[in-house]
Design a protein around this ligand. Structure first.
Ligand code: ADP
Length: 260
């Protein structure tokens, strides 16, 4: 190879900012042989840090399968999933669990809080898994509860809290580890309209102020309207991927009253 007088141009990829999440040709097949079901049929998706993405589509279109994959709860049958440059598809169960603890927070439709356990203790749980000393843990959980508007409610159990408040506790539990990505599966599915808007306002604030990347599955256009980008699934494929030019904002007419 001849020596050049000046360094050649940098490879194109070098200047490119790697997305936080990159899916390439991701498939998911349930079952085998004649009964095999192709839930995802080759998904390509890039998500940059700080995005707020709504994942939509009819029932059975592959949304939950995709969210489980993105949440490192499941592995693709084929294809690549890079999370912060790490090839998730090569990791075993333990490896994926570590990645989840390090980078991801989860919010579910049904809140999934421990009953008969205070809000404070629910939020401390992921920190216990991390081995954080008690004093630090208490402070971090109290701060997270304050951040979601639940200062003063630390010692209440889920049964003593409204649905909206329970989802706030779940969000505090999801953010207390300072995750890069928050995955939310129909987070307002069990809430009335006013409470739903409050939860969306909270998620939008966490996205805007803390820069948490949010991936949210929803059926409801009103909730998706808060996101900056909408990815529609259909029959295991991405049917459309569009920017939302005017996401709903706090203070918009749809936003409801505080508390609850
Ligand atoms: P969505 O979240 O859009 O409603 P899902 O991702 O839950 O869709 O499901 C996509 C398809 O994959 C559905 O037809 C569903 O029945 C099928 N499916 C999901 N999980 C499994 C499983 N564990 N075994 C077999 N089929 C499954």
């Amino acid at each position: 190879m001849s020596a050049g007088t000046a360094p050649g141009p940098a490879p194109v990829a070098q200047g490119e900012v790697q997305p936080l999440i990159r899916l390439r040709g991701v498939t998911k097949v349930y079952g085998e042989g004649a009964t095999a079901f192709h839930a995802l049929k080759g998904i390509d998706l890039d998500i940059r840090a700080g995005e707020f993405v709504a994942i939509m589509g009819p029932s059975g279109s592959g949304k939950s399968t995709a969210l489980n994959m993105l949440g490192c709860l499941d592995r693709p049958t084929a294809g690549e999933y890079l999370l912060q440059g790490i090839h998730v598809e090569t990791l075993d169960r333990d490896g994926r669990a570590l990645l989840r603890r390090r980078f991801l927070g989860f919010v579910f439709q049904g809140f999934n809080l421990l009953a008969r356990t205070s809000a404070q203790e629910n939020v401390e749980l992921p920190l216990i898994y991390r081995g954080m000393p008690a004093r630090e843990r208490h402070a971090a959980a109290a701060a997270a509860l304050t951040e979601v508007g639940l200062a003063g409610w630390e010692h209440h159990t889920p049964g003593e809290l409204s649905g909206g408040q329970q989802q706030r506790v779940a969000i505090a539990r999801a953010i207390v580890t300072q995750p890069a990505v928050l995955l939310a599966d129909e987070p307002t599915g069990n809430l009335d309209t006013a409470r739903s808007q409050e939860i969306m306002a909270l998620l939008a604030r966490l996205n805007a102020e803390r820069g948490i990347t949010i991936l949210m599955v929803t059926h409801e256009p009103d909730m998706a309207a808060w996101a900056h980008r909408m990815v529609h699934f259909r029959d295991g494929q991405i049917q459309s991927d569009t920017r939302n030019p005017q996401p709903t904002r706090v203070g918009a007419p749809a936003a409801a009253t505080e508390a609850g």
